[in-house]
Design a protein around this ligand. Structure first.
Ligand SMILES: *[C@@H]1O[C@H](CO)[C@@H](O)[C@H](O)[C@H]1NC(C)=O
Ligand SMILES: *[C@@H]1O[C@H](CO)[C@@H](O)[C@H](O)[C@H]1NC(C)=O
Ligand SMILES: *[C@@H]1O[C@H](CO)[C@@H](O)[C@H](O)[C@H]1NC(C)=O
Ligand SMILES: *[C@@H]1O[C@H](CO)[C@@H](O)[C@H](O)[C@H]1NC(C)=O
Ligand SMILES: *[C@@H]1O[C@H](CO)[C@@H](O)[C@H](O)[C@H]1NC(C)=O
Ligand SMILES: *[C@@H]1O[C@H](CO)[C@@H](O)[C@H](O)[C@H]1NC(C)=O
Ligand SMILES: *[C@@H]1O[C@H](CO)[C@@H](O)[C@H](O)[C@H]1NC(C)=O
Length: 924
């Protein structure tokens, strides 16, 4: 009792202390501001205008008045402060350190003169940084920023930055969630970081750099930034051609004006469906003046604009001669000197095109000698049949001499000396003088080392949506899921490598109990890294001498195996890319397909590692036939990999939105219903049937994967959160995808299962209408699917218009269609309490799907990964597998257990579950 009382006293003391602490700081803040602040006079700071508290602690400060003064260094003591918005005040001085709790920092348009270089060191929760338009003295982007793993918005327009744009903003950097990068009107120089390729950045503003040289080099890296929606790079010194934008399905605003871009405007830009605004003025663009689709706001005015289009009439083609010349210089990257001089539609009118000599209206000589060109020799030279001399000497040309050149009828001289060409010299007519000296590898049948040939531009890797593409393991090895599988690998790493091993990995290890009815799993921490390796075991798999084996049933899989099965993470094996990493397809020796997710390395700090592990630990508890299963994982020093079922039919988004482009059949109504039910069941399980409450937070069609039977599974659990014991609602850092975020979540960050129900409702709407949650190709008032859908639904007349035109629907279907449309609308209700729970959704859907229950046997059985499989069934399948691989040796499993350094025991007896990308820690 006495103890109880003293706790109460202590508690009260802490309370008072906490209160007075913030009170003190706020009074100091008030004092440091020299302008009187309206509404800051109450004795309770929590009642001050723009101040919000959580209990007695200050949580948020928003200043809406123009005030002068400075900020006190004590602000760092507001350790519950999350939101700090002093935009547009006139505060000056150095900006002080802020508490680690801060999530939103908004101090644009003030008179601050500096921010400490180590300011961001401890700011691991910052997701929004807005420091635009302050008179900061020149500084480079501080490397302490790398600690802000949660960063989503970095806005530093006119913020005094000099130097180069750091690589760490890009792919594999510390900011997997970065979507807005605003760096206009600084003094950055040199080239764009190559790491931008594959990044998740959506809005990129780099316009108007004030340095002498501005940003330069090519903008080719934009081609691989397929998440982009807005590109502002105008007012720089970029050169080279506009890259291919065919994978940019969200891109709507492209401002490339006022650079030195050359070449032909690519059809991938002019035909881009999502495009709304484009400005190409004041470049050196060539070819035919581009014709954009109706409704695109274009400004490529030829009169003011400096461009070098061949005519002034939009859409009018260039003369064949000009087209031939353009295709000849394409591999050279459309050199600026040529673009500058090549004006008009007739190279021979006036004879002033650099490098071109005409005779009687035909091109007779091309002289590109010593012009610092690189790239390959285009076979298109051969189409210039009147050529007598082709002079390409003293450049850095690579590749081979195209054999087409040998057929040019009037050619007298070909000079390609002093380049980097290789390969056979085609056989020219006897009267042609061919000069090839000074090419070290000419005549040799191999590529020279060093500068490689031009990329052939055949850049048609299919973009499969942001979500991870993971899937069912088809066929025999459903057993992987039961984790009684022997992985064989051709290891190259020997123990003598002396490589530092990563810290403990959690190892889920199954034993067979004597009665053969239950699988017992012990959990141990393995001292080794990526899979435990036992040397010298000979196997049926490999003739190599350094064959190594991973223990049976070990969910830890070696990096070597994963390298092997993914062709060393070959580009060709990429299934998709997400915020947290790249997913590769892999094939085991027996033909089993797996999906391997490789995390971006830099973002895995100590904290990330802890999360990665605890995520696996948590997620191994959840296992369901409509959730994609984790089969194993790998933790190496620099590598974090997760291995999943492979889902052959890819994401639902592809079947709903991209089926035409991908040559797929549109999904019929019955299929859609059955997919909707599968997803509902998976989410229902997450929400409660797994004993604890898990919230997915990122449901969307690209995270719903289909098997060959078109049954669906939910994937991508990188953002899954476990509700704290006994709590149905909690606060997290906002994460997810626009268009699917429940309004209350977007505003407050509070998460309940109803957040998932909302997203699910959006998915239903997408399945019903075939339209994306956010469809920028629609007029403004229709862009947001939920709003539009609700409006259409209210009006009986417009009801039929919501039906996806891609599917046929009969009388019977129409009834269920109405039910689903109503259900979707209900799920997206504004207030969380108005939304049904997933149990209700399943109850509505199940009877509708029963009507059309397919007659063929449940396909999951065929895939052998049926989670309802009895253990004897599982074991017999495993034995089959074992029989074929011949590598299982139980002695390794016991040796592994004994060598573990420490033992955890919190994982329940389920052999495998799933997991996905880890996230950096949530706010709490
Ligand atoms: C802010 O800076 C500008 C320019 O440096 C100056 O004109 C203005 O007076 C400053 N305002 C305050 C309140 O210090
Ligand atoms: C950052 O945190 C460490 C300990 O967590 C502390 O020692 C250090 O003073 C903090 N630095 C700043 C700039 O707040
Ligand atoms: C690009 O800018 C950097 C730094 O300003 C300069 O050193 C470099 O020569 C420039 N490159 C080109 C191709 O102009
Ligand atoms: C874009 O990606 C392709 C492969 O996907 C790669 O070959 C190419 O070099 C990349 N280009 C840039 C500029 O990053
Ligand atoms: C395009 O850029 C020019 C300046 O180069 C500007 O005057 C014009 O307003 C811009 N047009 C659009 C549509 O943004
Ligand atoms: C130019 O080419 C055309 C067709 O190739 C030919 O008829 C004509 O004679 C050529 N003119 C000269 C001066 O070679
Ligand atoms: C070829 O490239 C190298 C380096 O890229 C450069 O130093 C050299 O001047 C170039 N040669 C010619 C002839 O342009």
């Amino acid at each position: 009792m006495g103890l109880g009382v003293s706790y109460v006293v202590l508690f009260c003391l802490m309370f008072v202390f906490a209160w007075s602490q913030d009170d003190d700081v706020m009074q100091k803040l008030k004092k440091a501001i020299s302008t009187p602040i309206v509404g800051w006079s109450d004795s309770d700071i929590c009642k001050w205008d723009g101040v919000r508290c959580d209990g007695k602690r200050v949580k948020s400060i928003q200043m809406n008045q123009i005030i002068e003064g400075t900020l006190p260094k004590e602000l760092v003591q507001l350790t519950e402060l999350k939101y700090f918005d002093f935009m547009g005040c006139q505060l000056s001085g150095s900006f002080p350190y802020m508490p680690n709790s801060l999530q939103n920092l908004r101090i644009s348009s003030n008179n601050f003169t500096s921010i400490p270089n180590d300011f961001f060191n401890n700011m691991t929760n910052l997701k929004e940084v807005r420091i635009d338009s302050n008179p900061f003295s020149q500084w480079e982007v501080p490397s302490s920023l790398k600690n802000c793993l949660a960063l989503q918005t970095f806005s530093a327009v006119n913020a005094g930055f000099v130097g180069t744009i750091p690589e760490f903003f890009g792919n594999n950097g510390p900011f997997p969630g970065l979507v807005d990068l605003f760096l206009s009107f600084n003094s950055f120089e040199a080239a764009l970081p190559l790491s931008f390729a594959g990044s998740s950045i959506e809005k990129l503003w780099l316009n108007g750099q004030k340095s002498n040289n501005k940003l330069n080099g090519t903008i080719s890296v934009l081609q691989n930034m397929t998440s982009l929606t807005q590109i502002w790079v105008h007012g720089n010194s970029f050169t080279g051609p506009i890259p291919d934008f065919s994978n940019h399905d969200q891109l709507f605003d492209v401002s490339l004006r006022d650079n030195q871009l050359t070449g032909v405007v690519p059809p991938s830009l002019t035909s881009l469906n999502s495009l709304k605004v484009v400005n190409l003025t004041n470049n050196y663009l060539q070819g035919s003046p581009p014709k954009f689709q109706d409704g695109v706001r274009v400004d490529n005015d030829m009169v003011r604009g400096n461009n070098r289009f061949c005519t002034s009439k939009v859409g009018q083609p260039c003369s064949p001669l000009v087209n031939a010349l353009l295709s000849v210089v394409e591999p050279f990257g459309y050199p600026l000197a040529l673009a500058d001089s090549w004006q008009g539609n007739d190279p021979c009118n006036g004879n002033n095109w650099i490098g071109i000599v005409c005779s009687g209206g035909n091109i007779s000589i091309i002289n590109f000698q010593d012009m610092h060109f690189s790239g390959s020799i285009s076979p298109s030279f051969a189409s210039l049949t009147s050529l007598t001399k082709l002079l390409l000497a003293k450049n850095n040309l690579t590749g081979t001499i195209p054999k087409e050149l040998a057929s040019m009828p009037h050619l007298k001289e070909l000079d390609v000396s002093n380049n980097l060409l290789y390969g056979e010299i085609p056989s020219f007519r006897g009267d042609v003088v061919v000069k090839t000296g000074g090419n070290p590898d000419i005549g040799k049948d191999k590529k020279p080392p060093g500068p490689s040939g031009p990329s052939s531009g055949g850049e048609d890797k299919k973009k499969l949506g942001v979500g991870a593409i993971v899937g069912i393991v088809v066929g025999i090895v459903g057993l992987l899921g039961v984790a009684v599988l022997v992985f064989v690998m051709y290891g190259r790493r020997r123990k003598r490598d002396g490589k530092v091993q990563s810290p403990n990995a959690i190892v889920v290890h199954p034993h067979h109990s004597g009665d053969g009815k239950s699988l017992k799993i012990s959990v141990a921490a393995s001292g080794s890294s990526c899979g435990r390796v036992v040397e010298g075991t000979s196997t049926a798999f490999s003739p190599s001498s350094s064959v190594q084996t991973v223990e049976a049933g070990n969910m830890v899989i070696s990096i070597q195996v994963l390298r092997e099965v993914t062709n060393n993470f070959s580009e060709k094996n990429i299934l998709g890319k997400g915020g947290f990493g790249t997913v590769y397809k892999g094939e085991l020796d027996d033909g089993t397909k797996i999906a391997v997710k490789r995390m971006q390395s830099e973002m895995v700090g100590d904290k990330g590692l802890t999360e990665f592990r605890s995520e696996i630990a948590v997620l191994t508890k959840v296992r369901h036939r409509h959730l994609v299963a984790l089969l194993g994982y790998c933790l190496d020093d620099n590598e974090k990999l997760l291995v999943y079922e492979y889902m052959p039919q890819g994401p639902l988004s592809q079947h709903l939105f991209e089926w035409k482009d991908d040559g797929l059949e549109p999904l019929g109504w019955k299929r859609r219903l059955s997919i909707a039910l599968d997803v509902a069941r998976g989410v229902e399980y997450l929400h409660g049937l797994a004993q604890q409450i898990f919230i997915h937070r990122d449901l969307k069609p690209s995270n719903i994967l289909l098997g060959d039977d078109m049954r669906a599974k939910v994937s991508d659990f990188g953002l899954v959160r476990l509700a704290p014991e006994g709590q149905a609602s909690f606060e997290t850092r906002l994460a997810g995808t626009f268009g699917y975020l429940a309004p209350e979540y977007a505003v407050t960050g509070r998460v309940t299962t109803k957040v998932d129900v909302y997203s699910y409702g959006v998915i239903l709407m997408e399945m019903v209408t075939g339209r994306r949650a956010i469809d920028n190709s629609q007029p403004d008032e229709n862009v947001h699917l939920v709003t539009w859908f609700r409006r259409m639904l209210i009006n009986k007349d417009s009801f039929a218009k919501v039906i996806d035109p891609a599917m046929e629907i009969d009388e019977e279907g129409l009834e269920s269609f109405k039910t689903i449309a109503g259900l979707a609308s209900q799920c997206c209700a504004r207030e969380p309490y108005q939304r049904p729970d997933m149990g209700h959704v399943v109850n509505v859907l199940a009877p509708l799907v029963e009507i059309w229950k397919p007659t063929e046997p449940d396909a999951e059985d065929l895939f052998g990964i049926d989670l309802d499989m009895t253990l004897p069934q599982a074991l017999s399948k495993w034995k089959n597998f074992e029989g074929r691989t011949n590598t299982f040796d139980s002695s390794y499993s016991s040796s592994m257990i004994t060598s573990c350094e420490n033992t955890q025991s919190s994982i329940p007896p389920r052999s495998s579950g799933f997991a996905d990308s880890f996230t950096s820690a949530d706010a709490r």
